[in-house]
Ligand binder design. Structure first.
Ligand code: C2E
Ligand code: CA
Ligand code: CA
Length: 650
């Protein structure tokens, strides 16, 4: 039979060995740089101290009765045990606050919220009070005492200041982790869950079956799990560059946002050879070497654990507690370094880069926006080497609009408005369908902004189809016809109608909705490259053959070949509003307006003037013989129901 004291000694020794093992792996793997790593090591050391005390306690305790010295050693080891044991739970809590990204450094950030500061103060107060109560135990005997016979007894203080406070710390840590659960990676979730489970089991066993003495062992096993899944950051690392990867970047940034920790992100991108450099001798492998050089250089201006590789030749640095000035200075320093050559395989190579400085959450509200900024094309005309502040705004706006457009149809944020067109005698002629986007976050967005983006994203076809279907549905009600409208104008993206099979496709849509094709008038802008005229002419011919009507939009803004333009077979030419507005400003403008309308008439087409805003303009247009009018003078584009009210009251 094994003796009870041997059993206890063995358990404590196992715990100690596990702690040392974990500590050795941590140091050998080099996970020692971050504050988080250091707290983890402190946890292991606290546990190791516990285990050593326990071992002394068991071994020397056997001689308590016979030896004064032994008794003194046992008592001291108990004392150290309780002092260090009470620290484990709060340090674990602190450790987890780093893991979930709530703490990013040892100091509380100066611009932390009041609530956050209070939390820090209360935490410290609790730790200090409970440690103090334990520390004065030799005088008070509140937490434990020895009888005359030198037998150890627990007192109420141990329950309150060690077990209950530890329990509370663990509950608080649990709540904290739950709140951030969705920003944790799978491995971290698993490891934290197991750690909690073991902690609860350990504390309960110690409380209810104290003779088992397994608490420290269980805790050290829990910390091994932490080492495996949290401290070991293989899944977060870019091993070649010895920095974090983009998955880690996303998770850490999410954690910052979730915990409302402001951070500045410095992005270094477009790392490439300058055209002037002798790059001929350089292949891809050397490019990789340069990127490694850059990464090593970055490691000299900031701690490596703030560096992320977020794409090939693209880095992001997270700057905590940096003032605007300090962040800008760092960007300048890095920018200057890029003016110097990098030395690779004995060659000196100049490499260019662009640097962006993004304040989160002021400039970029979420991870998607930051990633967009890191990846979006930078227009050539943007010359600044360091792009920050306002220059970032349009990039961010664009990213938000892109997102809104992409999800616009699913979110039901598109709505077709109608602007009436009139005959020159001011009777109703028709209407133009104009799209609006009402995004729940951004409010109304106008087509001048989102249509070009939709074209670039390649989703203009579904948007145009949506408009066409809406217009068909409106026509299907018979209300436009009843009020004397000839047709409704639908704008077409030129890119779109040049696509193979476009005419058949559009016919199919309109036929399926059961609408007569002559009720639809397509508007196409004249801004087509001359070489595409033949093809466009074919498409229009085909559409006309199907029975649709046709208008040329924005006449007078392009530099197109007039004769080709008029040969396109449109029925109505819409003259751009700028021509009208300029006519009122100068003699030359007036001549241009007159010539434009004359030209339209010479080609046996009819003219529609957009942008009519005043009575005076109508008088001019009447004299020039313009057939149709459209503009704010009559009405702005209106939502369908308001439009119906307008035409029914006319
Ligand atoms: P557009 O086809 O030249 O449309 C005329 C624009 O002039 C409309 O702007 C209209 O609201 C505005 N407008 C009309 N009368 C006046 C006026 O008296 N004064 C002033 N200041 N403006 C006037 P909107 O609706 O913002 O549309 C802008 C452009 O977006 C359109 O130019 C068109 O090219 C495009 N667009 C609009 N809806 C669609 C659509 O459903 N599909 C496609 N592909 N493009 C569309
Ligand atoms: Ca138009
Ligand atoms: Ca127009």
């Amino acid at each position: 039979m094994i003796r009870y004291t041997d059993f206890c000694f063995g358990v404590a020794l196992s715990a100690l060995l596990i702690c040392f093992g974990n500590l050795a792996f941590t140091i050998l793997d080099g996970h020692t740089r971050k504050p988080q790593n250091r707290i983890y090591m402190s946890l292991l050391m606290l546990l190791a101290v516990n285990a050593v005390c326990e071992m002394i306690n068991v071994r020397v305790g056997e001689y308590d009765m016979s030896s004064e010295v032994a008794f003194m050693i046992t008592r001291s080891s108990k004392y150290v045990y309780f002092l260090s044991h009470g620290l484990i739970a709060p340090v674990l809590y602190y450790y987890l606050s780093f893991v979930i990204g709530r703490s990013v450094g040892f100091r509380c950030s100066p611009d932390a919220s009041k609530k956050e500061k209070l939390r820090v103060i209360v935490s410290w107060a609790i730790v200090i009070v409970s440690e103090f109560i334990v520390a004065i135990n030799p005088l008070t005997h509140w937490s434990w005492y020895y009888t005359e016979e030198r037998v150890f007894h627990r007192a109420w203080g141990e329950y309150i200041f060690i077990y209950i406070t530890s329990g509370l710390w663990i509950i608080a840590a649990f709540i904290m982790c739950m709140k951030s659960w969705n920003i944790l990676s799978k491995g971290r979730k698993r490891s934290i869950a197991i750690c909690f489970l073991l902690a609860v089991v350990g504390v309960c066993l110690q409380l209810f079956i104290p003779q088992l003495r397994v608490e420290i062992l269980i805790e050290s096993i829990g910390f091994s799990g932490v080492l495996l899944f949290i401290e070991n950051e293989d899944d977060r690392k870019n091993v070649e560059l010895d920095v974090y990867n983009s998955a880690a970047f996303e998770l850490d940034l999410k954690a910052n946002l979730k915990n409302k920790i402001p951070v500045k992100i410095l992005i270094i991108r477009n790392i490439r050879f300058d055209k002037t450099a002798n790059t001929v001798v350089f292949g891809r492998m050397n490019r990789d070497l340069i990127i490694k050089e850059v990464s090593d250089y970055l490691g000299t201006v900031i701690q490596r654990y703030f560096i992320y590789s977020v794409g090939h030749g693209r880095f992001a640095l997270t700057l905590y507690n940096y003032s605007d000035k300090e962040a800008h200075e760092l960007a300048e320093t890095i920018g200057k370094r890029f003016q110097e050559p990098w030395s690779v395989n004995g060659f000196d190579i100049i490499v260019s880069s662009r640097i962006m400085l993004v304040n989160v959450p002021e400039r970029a509200k979420n991870v998607e926006e930051v990633i967009y900024i890191a990846e979006c094309p930078i227009p050539e005309l943007m010359e600044e080497r360091i792009i920050e502040g306002k220059s970032l705004d349009w990039i961010i706006r664009r990213s938000a609009v892109e997102k809104a457009v992409t999800h616009g149809l699913d979110n039901g944020s598109f709505e077709v408005y109608y602007q009436p067109t009139y005959n020159i005698d001011r009777t109703l002629h028709g209407a133009e369908a104009l799209l609006r986007m009402n995004d729940k976050d951004m409010g109304i967005i106008y087509p001048d902004e989102f249509i070009p983006i939709a074209e670039q994203l390649g989703i203009i076809d579904v948007i145009d189809e949506f408009v066409l279907k809406e217009v068909c549905k409106f026509l299907f009600t018979g209300i436009p016809q009843k009020n004397g409208m000839d047709c409704i104008n639908v704008n077409l993206s030129v890119l779109e109608c040049m696509k193979e099979g476009f005419a058949e496709y559009v016919s199919g849509v309109v036929e399926a909705e059961g609408i007569r094709k002559k009720m639809i008038n397509f508007e196409i802008t004249e801004s087509v490259a001359a070489k595409d005229y033949d093809h466009l002419a074919d498409v229009i011919e085909q559409l006309k053959h199907e029975g649709f009507q046709f208008s040329i939009d924005d006449y007078g803004t392009g530099y197109s070949n007039m004769s080709s333009l008029f040969s396109l077979g449109a029925d109505i030419i819409k003259i751009d509003k700028s021509i009208l507005w300029n006519a009122e400003k100068s003699e030359l403008g007036m001549t241009l307006l007159k010539t434009s309308i004359d030209m339209v008439h010479k080609m046996q087409k009819k003219a529609l003037m957009e942008g009519v805003e005043t009575e005076q303009q109508i008088e001019i247009l009447k004299k020039l013989g313009c057939e149709y009018l459209q503009g704010y003078y009559f009405s702005k584009p209106l939502p369908k129901n308001e439009f119906i009210r307008l035409i029914e009251n006319n």
